[in-house]
Unconditional design. Structure first.
Lengths: 187, 190
């Protein structure tokens, strides 16, 4: 039978199916029944399907038994009692809601933070201060000429101050030493 | 939910009041632990609150709510299963107070017909255990179908499967329950 895949225990419907099977009958409607039985038990089938189901059930004891057993299961499931939420449940939910950080929307990116605003204002002030300073005095033509003349001396000084052969020359005679020599000669 | 999106906290309070009980019961039947079920329900509400500004009413609110709850519950069940695998077989087994004998006896003492009460309690325990034995996706399908009374389209969206696959899931779940509860089913038929 396509309509029964009940595993190790077949129950009353299974026994009836075995009896039907032993007679060599194979009702293809039992397969269709598997897909529709829950809807039938719930009363959620369309009118046409409902009629087709009832027609099949009137001729198939196996499926009729299964429908009855599914209905019995449905009634048994009603016996499981409901539990009540604990008294502290709402309090705990509200405490967690209160602890949730405020959600920032995308445009909050454009609202400057105090630190950024402070840094930006300091930058603007610094630029204003620099802009308000008097400009450096410009040089006249004669001063430029003087600098150009001195430039040659400065360049020479740079070369001479670090000129190695000069260090090999004898040290210049000191003025005191010269006077001592003159005294010796006089003596 | 649209009022919650607009920042109305009173509407969030209404959502909390309306859905906390079905949500906690759904989660309790999924994870079989009251404390854990309440923790998960809190997490669901916080996720709803966090997502309020991005909420688009493309689906029913219940579909969205139970989708969050189902995903959390399935993850929790899987995590618990791995944790149980790590626990020593010698460790004492702890059960939820709902299933414990202590509570049963406490209530039974107040009950005028103790024998009758114990029989009823045994029936309930058998039914609860049969539900608990279902594979988690089948269990979620049965709970959403039976206790939340959601339609097939909603449940299939929550479980992220086709309606045809959902009907197959429900059929297999009811077949298993029919087998597990065979003695009670037989009594029911009489």
């Amino acid at each position: 039978m396509t309509g029964l895949k009940t595993g190790h225990y077949k129950g009353a419907a299974g026994k009836a199916a075995e009896e039907a099977g032993s007679e060599g009958k194979e009702d293809m409607s039992c397969g269709w029944m598997e897909k529709k039985i829950m809807g039938y038990v719930d009363g959620r089938l369309k009118e046409g399907e409902q009629l087709e189901m009832e027609k099949h059930l009137s001729t198939c004891a196996v499926c009729q038994l299964r429908v009855n057993e599914f209905r019995a299961v449905n009634v048994l499931l009603d016996e499981v009692p409901m539990i009540e939420p604990s008294a502290a449940f709402d309090v705990r939910v509200w405490a967690r809601v209160a602890a949730e950080p405020a959600k920032q929307s995308w445009w909050a990116w454009f609202a400057p933070s105090p630190r950024v605003a402070f840094a930006a204002s300091m930058l603007v002030l610094a630029m204003m201060w620099l802009g308000s300073r008097p400009p450096e005095p410009s040089l006249n033509a004669s001063e430029v000429e003087t600098i150009n003349q001195n430039m040659q001396v400065l360049e020479d000084y740079d070369v001479i101050s670090d000129f190695a052969p000069l260090s090999e020359l004898p040290q210049p005679v000191q003025a005191d030493e010269g006077s001592d020599t003159n005294q010796n000669q006089q003596m | 939910m649209l009022d919650v999106k607009a920042g109305d906290e009173q509407s969030f309070a209404l959502l909390l009041h309306r859905y906390r009980s079905p949500l906690i019961n759904f989660l309790y039947r999924m994870v079989r632990n009251r404390e854990q079920a309440e923790d998960l329900a809190q997490e669901v509400f916080i996720r709803v609150y966090r997502a309020r500004e991005d909420y688009v009413p493309s689906a029913k609110f219940t579909t969205w709510l139970f989708r969050i709850a189902t995903n959390l519950a399935l993850n929790s069940v899987r995590d618990n299963r791995y944790q149980r695998m790590e626990v020593s077989l010698d460790a004492p087994v702890t059960t939820d107070a709902e299933d414990g004998d202590e509570k049963t006896l406490d209530v039974a003492e107040k009950h005028p017909n103790i024998e009758q009460h114990l029989i009823e309690e045994a029936r309930r325990k058998m039914i609860r255990q049969a539900i608990e034995k279902l594979p988690e996706k089948q269990r979620a399908a049965v709970l959403l179908h039976k206790y939340q009374e959601l339609d097939y389209a909603e449940i299939s969206k929550i479980l992220e499967c086709s309606e045809s696959a959902l009907k197959s899931l429900l059929f297999r779940a009811y077949e298993t329950l029919r087998v597990e509860l065979a003695p009670l089913v037989a009594q029911q038929g009489k």
